[in-house]
Design a protein around this ligand. Structure first.
Ligand code: TYD
Length: 218
């Protein structure tokens, strides 16, 4: 897999629906990679750079109908362009590992599969904005929608605009993530996120270890 990357560093992305426990697992993986002596940049989307974080505030707060899926898509990719230019590409170019909480597959799932924006249009925008900076490995944290939404609601924060879109929407995006993962099994791993935190993080570590020869010292 490493030989195929267009960059020097390694680019790992966590994806999944609401309440799947991504942020806990991102932190656990980053700590394990740092314990190997690697330079790791931990980041997230929407956001990850000052400009993209400003766009994030517009995207994740307020009424569910505040933006159409098309407006969301273009704002997500505007934020992503800034994040790529200011943070992700410079890190990959100096050989760092980048671990990102959500990336373009969230746009394919939330704005595409969930929101109805045409997949062909999303791929055109993706080609222009992300281009060759595609993730080396995508970990999809999967769990039943109702259980994930219950967990997300219990957090009770203000960033709940997407949570409030209803169960049918969330079922569509779960199916979207799983379909995408099935299309590129070399770069995707689907992780059962409805288990103990330590069991999930051990599973993730074994997938990451298996995917990157440099972690195995070969
Ligand atoms: P995130 O902070 O990961 O929220 P959570 O921890 O609740 O999963 O992401 C914020 C929201 O933004 C989340 O509901 C998913 C949504 N989102 C999109 O709709 N499209 C995108 O391209 C991205 C990156 C996120």
């Amino acid at each position: 897999m490493n030989k195929l990357s267009a960059h020097q560093g390694r680019f790992i992305v966590f994806e999944g629906g609401e309440g799947a426990g991504k942020s806990t697992q991102v932190k656990a993986l980053v700590a394990k990679l740092r314990a190997q002596g690697l330079e790791v940049v931990q980041t997230r989307e929407p956001g990850g750079s000052p400009g993209a974080e400003a766009l994030r505030d517009l995207l994740v707060r307020g009424d569910a109908t505040r933006w159409s899926p098309m407006s969301e898509l273009l704002m997500m990719y505007a934020a992503r362009a800034d994040h790529l230019e200011k943070v992700i590409r410079p890190a990959l170019e100096r050989g760092a590992w980048v671990v990102c909480d959500r990336f373009a597959d969230s746009s394919r799932a939330y704005q595409g599969a969930g929101g109805g924006v045409a997949p062909a249009f999303i791929e055109q925008v993706d080609e222009a904005v992300v281009g060759h900076t595609q993730p080396d490995l995508v970990l999809v944290l999967d769990m039943p929608v109702e259980a994930g939404l219950r967990r997300a609601h219990s957090r009770g924060d203000a960033e709940n605009r997407f949570e409030s879109k209803g169960v049918v929407f969330h079922e569509r995006l779960r199916a979207g993530f799983l379909k995408r993962a099935a299309q590129a099994p070399d770069r995707y791993r689907v992780i059962d996120a409805d288990r103990e935190i330590e069991t999930i993080s051990a599973d993730i570590w074994s997938h990451v270890h298996g995917a990157f020869a440099d972690l195995r010292g070969v």
